[in-house]
Design a protein around this ligand. Structure first.
Ligand code: BMA
Length: 329
């Protein structure tokens, strides 16, 4: 039995695995949980992050408007399934107006560290880079310096310091629909200056695991377990019909997370359902958050579908760690 090192969350959204179902991750029956027009201005709501907050849950949602402007919005839920998303985007307070200028914001992650909720996102600053902010209450938000120079996407914090430093995974990119991409690990003493960069893993060039051939990127905040950090990530293959985004799992060393212990050859979730295959960008599943309950080992995974709606899927720490170890590359 593998163990989650973390908090109890008896109110985690949950449905049991359907009888006879063989795969390690199963979908919520009433997907998608957030429709494309859940707020009046939105064209689509996807690639969003949630976290336990007070008696319920809070989240930061990527809502692309009907002008197709990309921004992030706070939202709240009692059960993690039915969400009330603010109709106005997040505005950040901060010391330097240069940093507060908004170009675009997308694909947020939310991570509780020590005493506050940190938000990272893909932030337009003369090209995509990693924006960093924090909040105590999901009402007032403060923005810090961008973590890196452009171009970078998918900044994902670890939920505690490692080796005395804050730690972040990210995926250096280009200005466009990047046709490459590996995951790197960076460290910081103050969440402002990032360095001591380490390579974690590359896309996989080979038909042993071709779904992650073109590029990969970190997904939810890594889950601490007694076997290592359980990393859920996205992997992309380029096809004659464009990119296809799927989800994979890896286990990273607890104290030196740039060392990959196991990495699954098979994807754990791919576009199969109608709402994953059809939308503004077809054939995309893109995970940005996972809730966990240490008592039961349950994991609830939130993922964007076809760049249009948001869905929920379930697994357990046992299922995923066993699957990743059994089918490691
Ligand atoms: C990536 C990001 C994601 C998006 C994906 C598929 O580059 O822009 O937000 O879900 O492409 O379009």
């Amino acid at each position: 039995m593998s163990k989650i090192i973390g908090n109890s969350l008896p109110s985690i959204p949950w449905q049991d695995k359907p009888e006879g179902y063989k795969k390690p991750v199963w979908r919520y029956q009433n997907n998608p949980i957030i429709k494309r027009d859940a707020i009046p201005s939105s064209n689509s709501i996807f690639n969003s992050a949630v976290i336990p907050y007070k008696e319920g849950f809070a989240g930061v949602f990527r809502c692309d408007s009907r002008a197709v402007s990309m921004d992030i919005f706070a939202g709240f839920s009692e059960d993690g399934i039915r969400w009330n998303i603010n109709e106005e985007p997040i505005t950040f307070l901060g010391e330097d107006p240069e940093i507060l200028k908004r170009e675009y914001r997308y694909d947020p992650r939310v991570c509780f560290i020590e005493d506050r909720y940190y938000i990272t996102w893909c932030n337009g600053y003369h090209g995509p880079t990693i924006g960093v902010g924090y909040t105590f209450d999901f009402k007032t938000f403060y923005q810090l310096e961008n973590a890196f120079l452009p171009y970078n996407r998918n900044g994902v914090l670890f939920p505690r310091k490692i080796g005395g430093k804050y730690a972040m995974l990210s995926r250096p990119s280009d200005t466009g629909h990047t046709p490459f991409g590996d995951i790197f690990y960076s460290q910081s003493s103050d969440l402002e200056y990032w360095g001591h960069h380490r390579h974690v893993m590359s896309s996989f060039k080979g038909d042993d695991s071709a779904w992650q051939w073109t590029k990969i990127g970190p997904g939810p905040i890594p889950i601490e377990t007694d076997e290592g950090w359980l990393l859920i990530y996205h992997g992309v293959i380029n096809t004659c019909n464009g990119f296809v985004y799927r989800v994979g799992s890896a286990i990273l060393d607890l104290e030196e997370p740039w060392k990959v212990k196991y990495r699954s050859k098979y994807y754990i979730l791919g576009p199969e359902e109608y709402y994953e295959c059809v939308g503004d960008v077809p054939n995309v599943v893109f995970p940005c958050a996972a809730l966990t309950d240490k008592d039961t080992g349950r994991i609830a995974l939130y993922y964007g579908c076809a760049d249009t709606v948001t869905s929920l899927a379930f697994t357990t720490v046992d299922e995923l760690i066993q699957f990743t170890k059994e089918h490691t590359l």
